[in-house]
Design a protein around this ligand. Structure first.
Ligand code: PMP
Length: 416
């Protein structure tokens, strides 16, 4: 009997899936109180791209704390903030020929999305925002209104307005270009869809089941936005920071969003941190219009800069992610083929991969079996039917293989 058994109501769903008490973690491994080791294929839902307790980040953080660096600074200019901004500009924006103004928001991805939506509405004077089926953008009311999941929406307790859902890439089946539908309704004054302030999109839908939009679809989406003078917001909260094989998930498609939301792995160390990247001419906030006590966490500035220095000074890390991603895809395809009969299909991009199961029941049996053998892995998708491969990007080849071996064995045990 643990304290968690007594306080059942405090135990949320992750804890029900992984019923043990964790007390230590390093890189891609977690340990429980009994000393058991678990491979982490969850990575804090995309927050731990650089692993748990990354040595370099930890050293920089300890050094900063020991030197009495600023902890909390609201909007003050701090050295840590300046150094992060400089590194972000030099290592990320300039080499990609991108020009954005940075706004630090409240520390969650949701809050960055709130800021992006509010800014788009203020700048355009329009209310409606187009988002997509199966999309996930957060759980506060503005962000939730753009989230395409009735389970999450149902918790709002109020009607969620100001947003219309459109079919994501692939939603209407292979080969159907759903941006043509968007183009049609936006150009049709009798469609009943108000001309939106913005379109908000994930290039790969994480919570929605690792649905990856094609580069062509994203390019088409961008051109529809340009045609109707609608702002394009890419929500890179989960897909960003290298997950898809490039720093931003939209790089491969070559699109240039007007606004980008970032959080999760941006802070590097699992520290709460979020920001909005704004096309300079759109930065029309008046002072204090979107504030928040915990915006711009100075510890996270330190570790975020460490991540940029260590992993993004050249393209070696990106190439390594792409290589690992191809390996994951190959292994998942083998698993799908071995237990065919339409039970499985693969999906995703880079190290953002999924094994789509015929239903949520099968996916949950597989993840439970995998956990019993030392692999922490979760599901996503409308029916939780997609086994989500989201390990830290720094995972060793040996542990990546080991985790996928455990997954393959779990599938064999259940399906054989
Ligand atoms: N956008 C996306 C794409 C996400 O995946 C998430 C979180 N899963 C959010 C926004 C919300 O982020 P947070 O949970 O930090 O508020």
């Amino acid at each position: 009997m643990t304290i968690f058994d007594e306080f059942e109501s405090a135990v949320q769903s992750y804890a029900r899936s992984f019923p043990c008490i964790f007390n230590r973690a390093k890189n891609e491994l977690l340990y429980d109180e009994a000393g058991n080791e678990y491979l982490d294929f969850l990575a804090g839902a995309g927050t731990l791209n650089y692993g748990h307790n990354n040595d370099l980040f930890k050293a920089r953080l300890v050094e900063y704390i020991m030197a009495d660096g600023i902890t909390h600074g609201l909007d003050l200019h701090t050295k840590a903030k300046g150094e992060f901004l400089e590194a972000f500009n030099e290592r990320i924006l300039k080499p990609r020929n991108l020009d954005y103004v940075m706004q630090f928001t409240g520390p969650t991805g949701t809050n960055a999305v709130e800021a992006a939506l509010k800014l788009a509405r203020n700048v355009t004077g329009r209310e409606n925002v187009i988002s997509f089926t199966n999309g996930f953008h957060g759980v506060s009311l503005g962000a939730l209104a753009t989230t395409g999941n009735s389970h999450h929406r149902g918790a709002a307790g109020v009607s969620l307005g100001g947003s219309s859902r459109m079919p994501y890439d692939g939603y209407l089946g292979d080969g159907v270009d759903t941006t043509a539908y968007l183009d049609k309704v936006l150009g049709d004054s009798s469609s009943g869809i108000d001309l939106p302030a913005a379109v908000i999109v994930e290039t790969v839908q994480g919570e929605g089941g690792i649905n990856a939009a094609s580069a062509e679809w994203l390019q088409q989406l961008e051109s529809v936005c340009r045609k109707y003078d609608v702002l394009l917001i890419v929500d890179d909260v989960q897909a960003g920071c290298g997950r898809t094989g490039t720093f931003f998930s939209f790089e491969e498609s070559g699109i240039k969003p007007d606004i980008v939301t970032m959080s999760k792995s941006l802070g590097g160390y699992g520290l709460p941190f979020a920001m909005v990247m704004i096309r300079p001419d759109l930065d029309q906030w008046k002072p204090g219009e979107h504030n928040g006590t915990f915006r711009g966490n100075n510890f996270a500035f330190v570790t975020a800069k460490a991540a940029l220095d260590e992993y993004w000074a050249d393209d070696r890390f990106a190439k390594d992610i792409q290589r690992k991603g191809e390996y994951v895809e190959k292994r998942l395809a083998q698993m799908a083929a071995a237990y065919g009969d339409g039970n499985f299909s693969t999906r995703g991009r880079g190290m953002f991969r999924g094994l789509n199961c015929v239903d949520g029941d099968l996916a949950s049996k597989i993840t439970r079996k995998a956990f019993a053998n030392g692999l922490m892995i979760e599901t996503s998708g409308a029916d939780d039917q997609v086994v989500k491969i989201l390990c830290p990007l720094i995972i060793t080849d040996a542990n990546l293989k080991k985790g996928l071996d455990i997954l393959a064995a779990a599938i064999r045990d259940i399906c054989a």
